[in-house]
Design a protein around this ligand. Structure first.
Ligand SMILES: [Zn+2]
Ligand SMILES: [Zn+2]
Length: 364
């Protein structure tokens, strides 16, 4: 089969790979579509501490079953389309016992530590089926939408952590596909006022179309860790929400881009009793740790601020994401903007990195 193999920073090549030699605990699936995540781009450019090349990246996958598979409560017939939960649990640790597989202490991930979906076929360990991580794609859902079930589930995982806490308004720092998915979910689940802060005008236009109450354009050239810049954004935001209930009430701030300095901006924008979620992985730090944040413990203490992390998702969140897309309660069509063949993988990575459109999808 053809696969896009990552050999190290800036080095990805289409290779003919033999997949006949599969282990007894592996299931073979035909990849139909796999979308490009900014994690793939960061890894392609700089490598990643979790990734040991050579490896096939890609973890947002819609695939087709080849052999019938029967687990305890699910029969999946050949040719069925499925969405894949990209986490392989050890099933031995506390987190696995509590179905928080994303936090497994022996975590393995498809497209990161195991070969992923930028290929014609993929081998998935049977444990993924057994924990309910292979989810049949419902008829209303296209292959491309099925890829986005994984990132949508990650967004659901983030919102689940805070949805029962007191929040009056939401700010999303990041105007990419993740920021827009969070916007749609927050409107659906929490029904709060949402502001999107971003650097790309066409993306902020889409955010408005999808229901953002306010959008704020920040200068692309400015350093996110620059205090003057953050003060400037803070002033503009304060003007937007002046005399509304968002001005002085607990807010929720998503960091949905990969700049370390966004945490500084979030700390500037957060109100008393507010919450910050660090949703995205952060770009490689410089050797001198430029971009690292110093947090003032007194600020956190006296203002009762909470900072959360959110990583990946759970099989339950994948199911919830599938149902939201199938029922059309969440429509991701606006976010699917470009389709590529496997042979165009570099173009797809470049389109993602240069903020062209939103999601780039590799179709087989
Ligand atoms: Zn991803
Ligand atoms: Zn585990």
């Amino acid at each position: 089969m053809n696969a896009a193999v990552f050999y190290g920073p800036n080095n990805i090549k289409i290779k003919d790979i033999d997949i006949q030699k599969r282990k007894s605990n592996e299931i073979l699936l035909k990849v139909l579509s796999c979308s490009v995540c900014s994690y793939d781009v960061r890894t392609f450019r700089n490598g990643h501490f979790k990734v040991t090349p050579p490896i096939i990246l890609g973890h947002e996958i819609c695939a087709q079953i080849i052999d019938e598979y029967q687990s305890k409560n699910l029969l999946i017939k050949p040719k069925s389309r499925v969405s894949i939960y990209p986490i392989i649990p050890c099933n031995a640790c506390w987190y696995c016992a509590h179905k928080k597989y994303n936090l497994c202490i022996n975590l393995k991930e498809i497209g990161s530590t195991l070969n992923g979906g930028f290929a014609e076929y993929i081998l998935v360990p049977k444990t993924v089926f057994e924990i309910g991580g292979i989810i049949p794609v419902l008829d209303n859902v296209s292959n491309e939408e099925a890829c986005l079930i994984e990132p949508l589930a990650c967004c659901i995982n983030g919102i689940n952590q805070v949805k029962n806490l007191e929040i009056n308004s939401v700010i999303i720092i990041g105007d990419g596909p993740i920021g827009l998915m969070q916007l749609l979910l927050i409107k659906k689940i929490l029904n709060k006022n949402v502001t999107i802060i971003g650097k790309i005008p066409h993306r902020l236009e889409s955010a408005k179309k999808l229901g953002a109450d306010y959008t704020l354009l920040i200068n692309e050239k400015n350093n996110d860790n620059d205090n003057d810049n953050n003060n400037n954004i803070f002033e503009k935001y304060k003007k937007l929400i002046k005399n509304t209930s968002s001005e002085f009430s607990p807010n929720l701030i998503f960091i949905s881009n990969n700049n370390a300095g966004s945490l500084n901006l979030a700390l500037k924008l957060v109100n008393k009793n507010g919450l910050i979620i660090i949703f995205s992985g952060i770009k490689n730090q410089n050797a001198d740790n430029k971009g690292m944040i110093n947090i003032d413990p007194n600020f956190i203490h006296y203002n009762q601020i909470s900072i959360f992390g959110s990583f990946s998702s759970t099989p339950k969140a994948i199911n919830d994401a599938m149902n939201l897309i199938n029922s059309k309660e969440i429509d991701l069509k606006e976010i699917i903007t470009k389709k590529f063949s496997l042979f165009e993988i570099e173009e797809a990575l470049q389109a993602t990195e240069s903020f062209k459109g939103f999601k780039s999808i590799i179709n087989n």
